[in-house]
Design a protein around this ligand. Structure first.
Ligand SMILES: Cc1cc2nc3c(=O)[nH]c(=O)nc-3n(C[C@H](O)[C@H](O)[C@H](O)COP(=O)(O)OP(=O)(O)OC[C@H]3O[C@@H](n4cnc5c(N)ncnc54)[C@H](O)[C@@H]3O)c2cc1C
Length: 390
């Protein structure tokens, strides 16, 4: 029997996260958006209230929350600001391959450092010439004795300028395409340089940088999983993190929907609030439906993970639908505001700029369609279509 009722604990989590978004994130989000500055004060408060490293296991000092809990929190924080939320959550993206492939000793070292020393971590997959096509990466890792030596550059790395740790994908077999990729946990040292901080259209409070590894030595014990099996680890990681992106997209849509609904009740044209005009009512109705369905798809993909079940197609459904919906809902919200929607003072335009990245990072909307088509046409799970609806 499927029950969408939140437990009391989940309701308390949602309330706490919403309170944090309202009191700590929203009051500073537009300022950080204006100058693209790093929201250190929000990080400090998030540490204090336990909103950092939400998936870090309890034995290493983390809250040990499950994926659905994480999505409930991410929707609320993203309702506050999805840029700040992306940066608050980057530790989780970097942590997934460590949790999936790191030895117990490496996991203990990494998670304890994150939870006790407030360290930050970044996930390093994308390169200037290898984005959607991961197999085209050029960063190499050459084994020398009990070490690997890494060389190469990763671009568009969230929190790259501030990270203490990096989970890095590199070629251990240059001629084997995606079957030659391995994953490593790398601690920041002097051989690692931050080359460029990006000036972005949206999510301007989130830091995005190019990171270069120059003859960076990594002990072999920091290999995550097996050599040349890094691509699978990356795909398993994205199955775990795409529900979170869908949750963030839902948060953006909800913020835009609420702003447009309120404005439509206040703004009077032709003698009545514009909410009385059917064309506006239909826009509001479509926004409400997209928020609702984005959340349901998100919760479904996360709850499958919590049940230990495969969720590849469901996480792509959720990410693709919620991301595209966020762009549609924020565009319509600006439309409801009319010319005022185009004016920064009215705040809704930021949501439209922030929403765009949801269709790009962690696999673009086109790549999600490729995954969904592949899972539908060549199902790996015998009863994939049935399981998806069961
Ligand atoms: C703000 C920001 C933060 C990011 N954070 C991180 C991070 O922390 N770590 C990290 O590793 N990466 C990160 N990324 C990178 C992000 O994941 C990539 O930008 C994304 O995967 C797309 O790759 P690309 O930019 O090279 O676009 P491309 O892959 O060059 O795609 C260009 C266009 O072609 C389409 N396309 C490509 N291949 C196909 C195909 N086979 N079929 C149909 N259409 C296709 C794409 O959908 C897109 O529309 C971030 C990016 C940004 C902008």
């Amino acid at each position: 029997m499927v029950d969408f009722t939140l437990t009391d604990e989940q309701k308390a989590l949602r309330e706490m996260a919403h309170d944090f978004a309202e009191k700590e994130i929203r009051p500073v989000a537009w300022e950080h958006d204006k100058d693209g500055s790093w929201p250190q004060e929000v990080f400090d408060k998030a540490w204090e209230v336990g909103l950092m490293n939400t998936h870090a296991p309890e034995q290493y000092g983390g809250p040990g929350l499950d994926f659905l809990d994480g999505c409930i929190i991410e929707e609320e924080l993203s309702w506050g600001c999805s840029g700040i939320t992306t940066s608050l959550g980057a530790n989780g993206l970097a942590a997934a391959p460590v949790a999936l492939g790191g030895s117990e000793a490496v996991q203990a070292e990494y998670f304890t450092d994150l939870t006790e020393n407030r360290s930050l971590a970044s996930f390093c997959l994308t390169e200037p010439d290898a984005g959607s096509d991961v197999s085209g990466m050029r960063t190499t890792a050459v084994r020398k004795g009990d070490k690997y030596v890494l060389n190469g550059s990763k671009c568009f790395i969230t929190n790259g300028s501030y990270a203490d740790w990096f989970t890095v994908y590199a070629k251990t077999d240059k001629d084997a395409g995606h079957r030659g990729i391995s994953a490593f946990l790398v601690h920041k040292d002097a051989t690692i340089t931050v080359d460029k901080k990006e000036d972005k259209m949206g999510q301007r409070a989130s830091n995005t940088a190019t990171i270069t590894f120059n003859e960076t030595e990594v002990d072999a014990r920091y290999l995550l999983g097996e050599e040349n099996k890094g691509f699978k680890l990356a795909m398993m990681t994205l199955d775990r993190t795409r529900p979170g992106v869908a949750a963030m997209a839902t948060g953006i849509s909800r913020a835009a929907f609420e702003m447009a609904t309120e404005y439509s009740k206040e703004r009077v044209q032709f003698g009545v609030p514009i909410a009385m005009h059917q064309a506006i009512q239909f826009m509001i109705a479509d926004m409400a439906t997209k928020v609702h369905l984005s959340r349901l798809a998100t919760w479904h993909s996360a709850s499958l993970l919590d049940q230990g079940k495969p969720n590849t197609i469901e996480s792509s459904h959720a990410k693709r639908f919620a991301a595209d919906s966020a762009m549609e809902v924020t565009t319509d919200a600006v439309q409801v505001f009319g010319g005022y929607g185009f004016i920064k003072e009215y705040k809704v335009e930021k949501l439209m700029r922030d929403a765009k990245i949801m269709q790009l990072y962690e696999g673009t909307s086109q790549i999600q369609r490729l995954v969904i088509a592949r899972e539908t046409l060549l199902p790996r799970r015998a009863s994939a279509p049935a399981a998806a609806t069961a």
